[in-house]
Write a protein that binds this ligand. Structure first.
Ligand code: FEO
Ligand code: CA
Ligand code: CA
Ligand code: CA
Length: 672
C-alpha cells in the first residue's frame, strides 16, 4: 500500500511511450497481467485451451473478441454486493471473431462446415465470469456456479414496444415474443439496479439476403432493409459475413438467411424477419445464471454501442445515452416513464426492475445546432414529423422502435462521425461521446461523403505524413453535452468538442487542435469510461491511421467542463467552421497509461469500487494475419498473450483476445 501520509496525484504516473511492441505496456510502478483469454474453460471438466485450432465447445469457454465489460461485486456469501473489492462477476462482451485462428488451418470455404459454424456462433455473445482473490490477487473461477455463456443461439425474450410486432414473426417465434442469440456485442452499460446492458452493433452483415428477395418484399420493407445495410437488387444479393446460412438445412443455420423462403403471408414459416430480432440493447441479470434475458426494444434499433445512465435521482426519470456507430449516424437518449425509486437499487427481482424502467419511455435523437446548442427530438408516433414521414410510413411505435434510424432521418438528426462509447461524468453529469472517425467527412462532399458542421468540423488528417491531402476525420474526436438544467428529461442541451484525436506533429490549426504532445497523442477514440473512484476519463483507441507508429492504447484524461477552451475557428480558406472546445490537452490533463500488443484495439473497462484494480480488454491482436500464414506461426502478426507466458503456445502462440488486469505495485489507485 502507499506509504502512510503519501499524497496521491491524479495522472502522477510517467506516460507510456507510443510503441509497436507485441506486449502489454504499462508505466513504471504498474503491472499488467492477462487474466481471461479466448477459449479459457468456464465450467468443470472443460479441458484447457490448446491454442492449435482444435478446441471446440465454446459455449462452455470464453468467447472471442472481448469488448465492453462491467463489474458486479459479490459478497463472500454469494449475494450482490456492489462495493465488494475482492470478489465479483465480470460481464464481458464477445463481439465477433478473429476467424482464422479458431480453426486448424483457417476457415473452410463456403458452404461452411457445420462444425466450424457451431464454433463461430458460440464464440459470440456474452460471458458472465466470477473473479475472486487468492492470496490478494484476482483470478477467474473456472467452476463458479455464476459462470454463464450467452451465445449467438441462446433464447432471448423480446421486450418493450416491438414485442409481438408483425415484423418480428418468425418460424421460431410465430408470436413474435422471442428470438435466439445476441451477436456483435460491442459496448456495455450497467444499470442502477445491478444488471448488464450489452449493445448489438454490426449485426446486419451476419444475415444473407438473396438477390431476388427485393421483388418478394413491399417497397416499405425494402426501404427498411436498405437503411440497415441489406440492400439487394434483382441480380446482386447481400453476402453474409461468415456464411453460417450455408452450413445445412437445420434451422439453426437457415435462420441466418433473411430472405423470403416460405409461402406464408406473415413470415411464420421462414426467417425473413429474423434480422429484426437483432440490433438492440440487451439486459442480463449477472447474479442469476438462469435468469431470463431481454432485448429492450424501447431503446431503439441501430448499431448499438454503450448505454450510459444519468446519475439516478429519486423521483425523477432515468436517462440512458447511446450512440449508433456507423458513418453519419446519430446520438440518442432514452428517458424512462417511471421515476427512480432508490429501493429498486437492491430489489431481488432485477428483471422486473428492468421491465419497469426500460420497457416504457421516450426515445430521442440529437440535433447539434451550429451555435453550440442542441435539441433532443422525440421519436414516436406522437411526433407528427415522424408519423407523417414521406420516406417511410411508420405503422406504430413498435415500427418506430425497430427503425430508429429512419425516424432519425425523418426529424433531420445530425449526422455524426461514428458515435461509439458514451459516458457520464461522475460529478458534473456532462455526457461524453466518442466520434471514432469518419474518412468520408469533406469540405466539398460528393456521393456518400458528408459536409462539415461545427460538431464534426474536420476535413483534414495527417495519415502517414500525407498531411496536405484531405482524408476526412480519420483521427476522430470526443463530443461533450450538458443537459439544460442538468435534467435527464431536458429537450435541449449545450455541446462542445472535449478533445480532437491527432498525431502530435500535425497542423495545430486544422488537425491537432487540442495541442496533443508525444505523451498523449492518439487516434480514433472508441471506448470511453469514467472511473467512479478517481473521476478520470479513460479513453481507448481502435485505430488504423496511426498504427504505423503505435499500437492502440488507453489514456487517462482529467477533463474540466464544457466550453472551458473557448471557441476555435478552422479556416479552410474558402470557408471556415467555428466550434467550441475543451481546454487544450497540455501536459497534466491527458496521459497514455497503456499500449496493447500488435494489431489490437483496446476496449472495455471496469474496476473495483476502490479504483485499485482495473480490468480492460485487448481485442483481436494479430487480426491482420492472412489465412495463408496460419500454417506458419513465425509469420503471425501477434503471439500475445502466449508470448508473455499466458496459456499454451509460448513465443509462437496463436494470438488471443483477452482481459488484462492492471494494478499499481504500491497498491494505489489506477491513474495516480
Ligand atoms: Fe465494435 Fe463500434 O466498435
Ligand atoms: Ca503518420
Ligand atoms: Ca467500439
Ligand atoms: Ca471501433
Amino acid at each position: 500500500a502507499p506509504a502512510p501520509g503519501a499524497i496521491e496525484t491524479l495522472l502522477g504516473f510517467t506516460a507510456v511511450a507510443k510503441t509497436l511492441a507485441d506486449a502489454s505496456t504499462v508505466p513504471a510502478g504498474y503491472t499488467a497481467a492477462t487474466v481471461f483469454a479466448t477459449g479459457d474453460p468456464l465450467f468443470a471438466g472443460v479441458p484447457a485451451y490448446r491454442n492449435d485450432g482444435t478446441d471446440t465447445g465454446y459455449d462452455r469457454r470464453s468467447g472471442d473478441c472481448h469488448d465492453g465489460m462491467e463489474y458486479f461485486g459479490l459478497s463472500a456469501a454469494g449475494t450482490p454486493d456492489p462495493l465488494n473489492n475482492d470478489r465479483a462477476l465480470l460481464g464481458i462482451n464477445h463481439e465477433y471473431i478473429t476467424q482464422q485462428f479458431l480453426h486448424v488451418a483457417g476457415p473452410a470455404a463456403r458452404p461452411r462446415p457445420a462444425s466450424e459454424t457451431d464454433i463461430e456462433v458460440d464464440c459470440h455473445g456474452v460471458a458472465i465470469v466470477e473473479f475472486a482473490k487468492t492470496a490478494g490477487k484476482f483470478a477467474y473461477v473456472q467452476n463458479s456456479s455464476f459462470n454463464r455463456r450467452v451465445t449467438g443461439l441462446t433464447e432471448i425474450e423480446i421486450s418493450g414496444p416491438a414485442r409481438g410486432h408483425p415484423l418480428l414473426v418468425t418460424k421460431f417465434s410465430p408470436s413474435a415474443t422471442k428470438t435466439r442469440g445476441t451477436i456483435n456485442n460491442c459496448g456495455t452499460g450497467k444499470t442502477p439496479w445491478g444488471t448488464l446492458l450489452t449493445g448489438e452493433e454490426n449485426w446486419s452483415g451476419y444475415f444473407y439476403r438473396a438477390a431476388n428477395d427485393q421483388a418478394r418484399r413491399t417497397a416499405k420493407v425494402n426501404t427498411a432493409l436498405t437503411r440497415y445495410g441489406r440492400s439487394v437488387t434483382a441480380t446482386a444479393g447481400a453476402a453474409s459475413r461468415y456464411g453460417w446460412e450455408t452450413s445445412g438445412p437445420s434451422d439453426k443455420y437457415q435462420r441466418w438467411d433473411t430472405s423470403v423462403t416460405g409461402s406464408s403471408v406473415d413470415g411464420s414459416d421462414d426467417y425473413r424477419n429474423e434480422i429484426n430480432g437483432q440490433g438492440y440493447i440487451v439486459e442480463i441479470d449477472p447474479y442469476r445464471a438462469t435468469s431470463v434475458i431481454k432485448k429492450r426494444t424501447a431503446l431503439g434499433r441501430m448499431a448499438h454501442e454503450s448505454a450510459a445512465f444519468s446519475k439516478p435521482v429519486a423521483g425523477k426519470p432515468l436517462a440512458v445515452y447511446m450512440g449508433d456507430d456507423a458513418q453519419g449516424e446519430y446520438v440518442y437518449k432514452f428517458v424512462s416513464s417511471a421515476n427512480w425509486s432508490a429501493a429498486d437499487a437492491t430489489a431481488a427481482n432485477r428483471v422486473a426492475v428492468g421491465d419497469k424502467y426500460l420497457d416504457a419511455g421516450r426515445l430521442y435523437v440529437a440535433r447539434f445546432n451550429d451555435d453550440g446548442s442542441g435539441d433532443w427530438v422525440e421519436l414516436s408516433m406522437a411526433n407528427p414529423t415522424v408519423a407523417s414521414y414521406a420516406g417511410y410510413a411508420f405503422a406504430d411505435n413498435g415500427d418506430v422502435a425497430l427503425h430508429s434510424r429512419l425516424a432519425g432521418d425523418a426529424v433531420g438528426a445530425t449526422k455524426m462521425d461514428r458515435p461509439e462509447w458514451c459516458g457520464v461524468h461522475p460529478t458534473n453529469g456532462e455526457i461524453y461521446f466518442t466520434m471514432t472517425n469518419n474518412s468520408n467527412r469533406r469540405l466539398a462532399p460528393t456521393g456518400s461523403q458528408l459536409p462539415l458542421n461545427p460538431a464534426n468540423p474536420r476535413a483534414y488528417s495527417d495519415i502517414r505524413g500525407a498531411s496536405s491531402t484531405q482524408q476526412g476525420n480519420v483521427n476522430g474526436h470526443i463530443v461533450r453535452l450538458r443537459e439544460t438544467g442538468g435534467e435527464p428529461t431536458a429537450t435541449s442541451f449545450q455541446w462542445d468538442v472535449y478533445l480532437f484525436g491527432a498525431e502530435s506533429g500535425a497542423s495545430p490549426t486544422l488537425i491537432n487542435l487540442s495541442g496533443l504532445t508525444d505523451d498523449q497523442d492518439f487516434s480514433s477514440p472508441d471506448g470511453l469510461v469514467f472511473s467512479a473512484s478517481t473521476g478520470l476519463c479513460w479513453i481507448q483507441t481502435d485505430d488504423g491511421a496511426y498504427t504505423d507508429t503505435t499500437n492502440c492504447m488507453m489514456l487517462a484524461g482529467l477533463p474540466g467542463q464544457l466550453g472551458d477552451g473557448g471557441n476555435v475557428t478552422l479556416n479552410y480558406g474558402t470557408t471556415s467552421v467555428t466550434t467550441r472546445m475543451g481546454k487544450k490537452a497540455i501536459e497534466g490533463t491527458l496521459k497514455r497509461l497503456f499500449v496493447g500488443p500488435a494489431g489490437n484495439e483496446i476496449t472495455g473497462m471496469c474496476e473495483t469500487p476502490d479504483g485499485k484494480v482495473m480490468f480492460i480488454n485487448v481485442q483481436h491482436p494479430g487480426d491482420d494475419t492472412p489465412v495463408s500464414d496460419i500454417s506458419n506461426p513465425s509469420r503471425y502478426v501477434s503471439h500475445w498473450p502466449g508470448n508473455g507466458g499466458y496459456g499454451a503456445g509460448g513465443a509462437l502462440a496463436r494470438p488471443r483476445s483477452a482481459t488484462v488486469m492492471i494494478t499499481k505495485n504500491d497498491g494505489g489507485r489506477i491513474g495516480t
